[in-house]
Design a protein around this ligand. Sequence first.
Ligand code: PEP
Length: 249
Amino acid sequence: MKPMPLVAGNWKMNGLRASQAELDALKHMIAEAPPQCEVLICPPFTLVGAFSAASGETIGIGGQDCHAKVSGAHTGDISAAMLKDCGAKYVIVGHSERRADHGETDDMVRAKAEAVLAEGLVAIVCAGEREDVRDAGKACEHVLSQLASSVPEGATPENTVIAYEPVWAIGTGRTPTTGNLEEMHGAIRAALVERFGAAGNGFRILYGGSVNAGNARDLMAVANVDGGLVGGASLKAADFNGIMDAYRG
Ligand code: PEP
């Protein structure tokens, strides 16, 4: 059976308390025309508690990162337990901006994902190639290697979501061809089945990178694309809601 798609918004370092108006607006739009997908917003840590309290049943709230430990002397960090305590249901780990800005390695990402699973939350594990890696013809090899090391042994379709996000497509307005996307998502699916057996068919594999209301329908229709991870176009309710049209009749 095909898994329920997930459309997740990654607000990155954007959003103040007043931004709750966008959440409220999205809630109304979804109530008026419910999409056939799960909807998630990952705001900055400062808004996770308020958004969780306000989001209702139709929109899930998640964190954008967490520390691998539950608590301790790690100034400025946030644990999965703290996110759970604020109402988060999901945590993104291994986003390429974390890997680039904070030197996060596959081993660190796996440790974070394990911490997410230990709290009973769902980890969204990100992977994606830089443009020079794609140009060298090594995109699939690179992404499969990242995922082999970043996805924990205890991953199941219920507790883990995969997000394929080519670095060169994030925030650039560029997207892979549907052919390239089908090839990558097919390769990820095959690797999941090889590692987890039949359960590998149940994992959701999201595509992320310059998804918007204009291209979502085509991108989400590609085989083995089970939803999207959306940055810039998730900040405004109307834009994000337009992407959800890919999952409305
Ligand atoms: C992201 O950073 O996860 C992302 C997909 O960003 P954008 O949609 O802005 O390309």
